[in-house]
Design a protein around this ligand. Structure first.
Ligand SMILES: [Zn+2]
Length: 427
């Protein structure tokens, strides 16, 4: 039984399903090396989480500003007093190996193990500029896997204790100017979310969460020190999670949250593959997010050709529509949010798509939410009367900021956005 499982069984046994507390029998190789991990990197009493930093790490680089080991299959491949910036590379002509600087390594899970906390640095390539440099607690894993007769896939994972991971999430998810109590509220929601992902989807894959909006934005430990708001809020809420009284007793749940609900939260089952439980049932009226700039948004104009291009890039099956000519809102919720959109193409063919998926296919930042009107202007579509930013399920981050400014407390705000839930100590 690995450390992660021990921690989850021991301290969360009362609030997670017992069935989830069985030792992993498969795909636990990235947690197996814990016995080699220096105590300083893991001994804070919270479970270790595996955060996928990059699904394509070809061209990324790493460095360690102190003593380190590179290990494969429990063997030290090489080690030294420090690792200068070293590039990860694959070669289409060499499907059995990948390259770490001048070292040619067999395709296998590779542990990048600093001996001192906070000395691991990753240089992650960006689409439109120089590589971004981040420093991390914990250790790194290069998950290299074979592809048939092609270059191997290399993924970059940071394995770090939950309590050391959370400040990097708060930095990524909230503005530095947010109220201290908003940081505490976010810390509890983010802790619950990551623990839930670990005991559900994480059981069947080699990472638990992504370091992006697909899970929670995570920026490592850049700019953090013990006196920073994210660090203080994490410490002040250590081990606290949201639970609800399921028929089988208190349990944690997937604490979805988004930037601004725009007036009312929606139920999770409108857009997530999840069943409706009371905390995710939506319908919470919230005008507190008026303090943010996304309470109302728009108009936002996009040409029909660009819109079609973006939607087809995500859903190639829609190519047969030709250019999308009209969009009709369907399945409106009580507060006017269209759940489905009927697209009609130049060929006359029609397609019904979820408005949630449609928005993300276009650009989730440009079209801030699916709660808007879509007006046909001939050459363009215009998105008007937009409300909120994000999916509007669960906690409203700007709403929490608005309420915090009026003295609300974290536990009350979490109970407000996740009805029938309460804050419980997991460890
Ligand atoms: Zn709100």
């Amino acid at each position: 039984m690995d450390l992660r499982t021990v921690a989850l069984c021991g301290v969360l046994a009362t609030i997670v399903p017992a069935a989830n507390c069985t030792p992993r029998t498969t795909d636990n190789s990235s947690t197996a090396p814990h016995e080699h991990v220096p105590l300083a990197l893991r001994a804070d009493g919270s479970p270790m989480v595996r955060v996928l930093l990059r699904s394509d790490a070809n061209g990324a680089a790493l460095a360690i500003s102190g003593p380190f080991q590179i290990r494969q299959n429990s063997q030290i491949i090489f080690q030294g007093p420090e690792l200068p910036r070293t590039k990860i590379r694959v070669d289409a002509g060499d499907p059995q190996h990948f390259y770490l600087g001048r070292h040619r390594l067999p395709v296998a899970e590779t542990i990048v193990l600093p001996q001192k906390p906070g000395t691991l640095v990753m240089h992650l390539p960006t689409a439109d500029g120089p590589a971004r440099r981040h420093r991390y607690n914990g250790y790194g894993v290069i998950a290299a896997t074979k592809n048939q007769a092609a270059a191997p896939s290399v993924e970059l994972i940071n394995v770090v204790s939950v309590e050391q991971y959370l400040p990097g999430v708060l930095t990524g998810e909230l503005f530095p100017s947010f109220h201290e109590e908003a940081f505490k509220t976010q810390a509890i929601a983010a802790r619950t979310y990551v623990l839930y992902e670990m005991i559900t989807v994480g059981k069947n894959r080699h990472y638990d969460v992504r370091a992006s909006e697909a899970s929670q934005v995570y920026r490592g430990i850049d700019g953090l020190d013990p006196s920073s708001k994210p660090s203080r809020a994490t410490l002040a809420t250590r081990g606290l999670v949201c639970t609800w009284n399921s028929p089988m007793g208190p349990k944690i749940f997937c604490t979805y949250y988004s930037s601004a609900c725009g007036g009312m939260t929606q139920k999770a089952s409108n857009c997530m593959p999840t069943r409706s439980i009371p905390p995710l049932g939506g319908g919470v009226r919230c005008d507190y997010c008026k303090v943010g700039s996304s309470y109302r948004w728009g108009p936002e104009r996009i040409s029909k050709s660009e819109l079609t291009e973006r939607v087809v890039a995500r859903y190639p099956a829609l190519e047969s529509l030709g250019q999308i000519r009209t969009i009709t809102a369907q399945n409106l919720t009580a507060d006017g949010r269209p759940l489905k959109l009927q697209l009609t193409g130049e060929s006359g063919e029609q397609f019904l798509i979820s408005s949630y998926a449609f928005r993300l296919a276009i650009d989730g930042h440009r079209i801030r939410s699916n709660h808007c009107k879509i007006v046909d202007l001939g050459h363009d579509f215009e998105f008007r009367d937009g409300r909120g930013f994000g999916h509007a399920v669960g906690m409203c981050q700007w709403g929490v900021e608005g309420q915090s400014r009026h003295g609300a407390k974290a536990a009350d705000m979490l109970g407000f956005y996740y009805p029938q839930s309460s804050v419980t100590r997991a460890y």
